[in-house]
Ligand binder design. Sequence first.
Ligand code: COA
Length: 634
Amino acid sequence: MTVLGFLARTMGKTGMVKPSSLVKPVALTRIPGRYLAHQESLPKLPVPPLKQTCDRYLAALEPIVDSEMLKHTQELVMVFQAQGGVGERLQKGLEHRARKTENWLSDWWLQTAYLDYRLPVVIHSSPGVVLPRLEFSDRQGQIRYAAKLIAGVLDFKSMIDNETLPVEYLGGKMLCMNQYYQVLSSCRIPGIKSDSVVNYALNKKRPPSHITVVHNYQFFVLDVYNSDGTPLTVDQLYIQLEKIWNSSLQTNKEPIGILTSNHRNSWGKAYANLIKDKTNKESVRAIQKSIFTVCLDAPMPRVSDEMYRTRAAVQMLHGGGSRWNSGNRWFDKTLQFIIGEDGTCGVIYEHAPAEGPPIVALIDHVVEYTKKSEMVRTPMVPLPMPQKLRFNITPEIKRDIEEAKQNMNIMVHDLDMKAIVFPHFGKNVPKSYKMSPDAFIQVGLQLAYYRTYKRCCATYESASLRMFKLGRTDTIRSATSDSANFVKAMDDPIKQNSEKVALLEKAVKAHRAYTDMAIRGQAIDRHLLGLKLQAIEDLSALPDIFMDTSYAVANHYNLSTSQVPAKTDCVMCFGPVVPDGYGVCYNPMEEHINFAVSAFNSCADTNAARMAQALEDALVDMKTLLDQTPKAKL
Ligand code: COA
């Protein structure tokens, strides 16, 4: 792995920052420019004290490394943080950086976790969202829903344009709203060694007024505003989409979009070649500049009701392979809404510009909008035919497409996914025991993993840093000494239930305490990363603590997890971040929990369905333990 490789693999998978009780939307009055005033009032991300991070790092290692490794690391840490030592020097460098930048971390993070990351964005970086299945199963239903959805996104966009988005709060503190301004009209651009991300609307005199629609691998530019600046109505959109549908009936087209699924270096090279042609360049620009993309997908193979969510999840993540809908995408596009002819709907988004929160808030808004909006026939002027984007396919481009198809099919076969509804309870049960539901679920995950592997592993949970200006995420390390004590005791027949309950409570509290520390900018991972990047800038060699096996173990996240709560009964999904790991995303509703668990088939030791089952059993067993232990004893 490269110096920064672990970062990319361990970057924050999407989690949602809208815990409804904590994030209290406060309507802003419609004063343009208010956004800036709000942003200016946010505090800067702090640089935690060096000693605090060193102590907490050693504590975090306890459950996941053996005592010999720990002892060695303790010695390295002691040298690192000694007075006048290298740690102090790097800390000063970081503090200096923090003084002279808006956010000492955000540019580094964007670059190292996303833009320098060279694995395909598909599965390895871009999360998908599965929406509840819709009632339609034909072209008309598909187009009608697409029209409503587009109108819903434009309705949300008007709040962004007018700077009237309600400010969100977490733990009583205002959150940074910057990410909302990054998700529309933006696109990742491939490079040969590193990518970039461009927003075509911010500070532009003429922001884009079109979206792109892709059907049967053919891309169209659809202007979504009338000449007077009003958005097209649902009715108008329906007619335009119908025109697109009818002029893209042929299915034998080259799936040009599949190029975007390739390894970033390969795609970077293919991209340079693709846009040498003027027509191709203009077509690519039109996609990149569009406000968002709508993918009208062909139906996927039918599956049983039980398998439906899992199949929908893979459709969102990768499109099903080159025979199916993987070519019906532009994976570099920040936001793509997927609407299948069979009623399967969802989203895939490119992670570089934003975390899940703005995406899921937008989805919640759009889903509500589609329920309300009806198609009202109104007299209207005929609209021009949406422009079909042309591509000249040279033999070299054709070769690149074939290579991308093959690689995509390998990835498709390798992804092992299981999306389930945990039906037994939701946030209600932990709350009734006065426990944080998120912490309860995370401890459940620790139990499921321990039961399966008889060990604890480095575990990543995303924590929001949006209390700070331009804040992104830090890591909640869910494997703690307290969680280890509980999972080891849980199946120990010698232990009394009352003792197990006490250990469970302690583990849940420890997790919640870690969460509070993380969202206040005092977690260890981004700080350690900052010290490491500072060392890369300032020193000729990396300090020993970053070359240490413990550091590698700590950053090998066998469990990469994220809570993505939404009002909509949806589930977000993403791939594992290490070859022998799991990606686990969940949306805890009041009385049930939606989970998506992923793994790789190429790893003999992992199995998504088995882990999903272990998780279900763990959560049920934890509830039973609490139920069976009389309150007096708690
Ligand atoms: N007793 C009773 N109820 C409790 C409780 C307790 N001890 N602790 C928490 N609750 C309640 C909360 O009030 C809340 O109530 P609500 O359902 O009415 O909203 C609910 O339980 C959920 O709280 P909790 O489970 O503790 O989680 P959280 O909502 O605070 O979320 C994180 C925790 C880590 C997910 C959140 O802080 C976070 O950072 N999210 C952002 C993640 C992110 O940015 N991801 C992006 C990655 S790309």
